[in-house]
Design a protein around this ligand. Structure first.
Ligand code: MRU
Length: 352
């Protein structure tokens, strides 16, 4: 996408306010970590890889005003800052993986001064930003082989440029397929309650001139039954070691439907979305969000006052329903080998 989702600009984080799309494309500037925390909480910035990059920039905002040379004091405040950023949203592991990466920078330089640590942390956050751009393009290249000309594909939520720095994961597969000259159609689930599919995915795909059709979430089964879907591509917020994948609520239902109709279901995600501390999906914390998101629609009350509301932001798709996970290192076939982590998760120790 020409307009990056978020950037580090003049000592502040500049990000697209995604709550205003598709009607308004507007950037907001977060000059302090509290404003960024709020932007994450309210989904002005969202999507697992973008949240990882935002966490790195959040650290830069938080340490910016630290005065003095006392390294011990700096480290204490830095760790509190990481906890604070981590308290914004619990499910996207990219956010926590980046905080771990930032902590490692500090731990790896025990002799560095406060000023040197600030520089090192800035370098790390900017490298994470650049890495996201590179990795998403590589994921797209790997995944586009699964798209055939004339095919029709289904996606959910928004795993596109808006969920990353500027290219996307699941939508990156479509962008790369288009760049490779293929013609195909995409159905986008609207993704209740917050409509990331309708508002964001359709906006992105139309800008990219990809043939896109919007459906309500409950129309996916009928489409599959009619033989109109050749594959499902979804992003992920956290992937357990056995391949179970948490993604936007409704993804699991699509995977069950896809299995029943013998349609391949793919998760598309970078290495930074793997949680190597969590053996299965049962251990993934699912964010619960406020009742108003379900009991209202575009500001209009749609449910009686006092009704109970269930509003989990994500669900977990068991690995048995996933054909493969498209990553920057290739397509992992499931089930993953029982002998431990896939080798590409072992090479670097970043996510242990
Ligand atoms: O609540 P959101 O909008 O942050 O949920 C985002 C998703 O579920 C995405 O599919 C996921 O983060 C992958 S983004 C490449």
């Amino acid at each position: 996408m020409n307009s990056p989702t978020l950037t580090w600009s003049n000592g502040a984080v500049k990000l697209i306010d995604q709550t205003l799309l598709p009607s308004t494309l507007k950037y907001i500037i977060c000059r302090d970590v509290k404003t960024l925390w709020q932007a994450i909480k309210t989904l002005q910035v969202r999507g697992a890889p973008a949240l990882g990059v935002a966490a790195g920039f959040g650290v830069l905002l938080g340490i910016k005003n630290f005065k003095g040379f006392d390294r011990q004091k700096f480290e204490k405040e830095f760790l509190q800052l990481c906890d604070y950023i981590g308290s914004s949203r619990p499910t996207a592991v990219n956010l926590f993986n980046v905080l771990t990466q930032m902590k490692r920078v500090v731990a790896a330089h025990p002799q560095a001064s406060v000023r040197e640590l600030k520089d090192l942390l800035k370098r790390e956050a900017l490298a994470i930003y650049q890495e996201d751009r590179r990795v998403c393009r590589q994921i797209g290249k790997n995944g586009q082989k699964l798209i055939k000309s004339g095919g029709t594909y289904l996606t959910v939520c928004n795993a596109g440029a808006l969920a990353t720095v500027d290219y996307g994961t699941a939508l990156g597969v479509f962008y790369a397929a288009k760049e490779a000259g293929k013609t195909f159609k995409v159905y986008s689930c609207e993704t209740r309650p917050l409509l990331q599919g309708a508002r964001l995915t359709c906006w992105e795909l139309l800008r990219a001139k990809i043939d896109t059709t919007l459906i309500c979430d409950n129309m996916a089964g009928a489409l599959m039954q009619q033989g109109k879907i050749d594959g499902v591509f979804a992003g992920a917020d956290r992937i357990a070691l056995n391949g179970d994948a948490a993604n936007k609520i409704g993804t699991y239902s699509l995977a069950v439907l896809a299995k029943y109709h013998r349609i391949p279901f793919y998760i598309v995600a970078p290495r930074s979305t793997f949680d190597c501390q969590t053996p299965t999906g049962q251990g993934i914390v699912i964010e619960q969000r406020k009742r108003e998101e379900v009991a209202t629609f575009a500001g209009v009350v749609t449910a009686p006052k006092g009704v109970n509301v269930f509003n989990p932001a994500f669900d977990v798709t068991p690995h048995s329903l996933i054909e493969g996970i498209v990553t920057e290192n290739g397509i992992l076939k499931l089930p993953l080998p029982k002998t431990g982590k896939p080798s590409f998760l072992k090479n670097k120790d970043a996510f242990r």
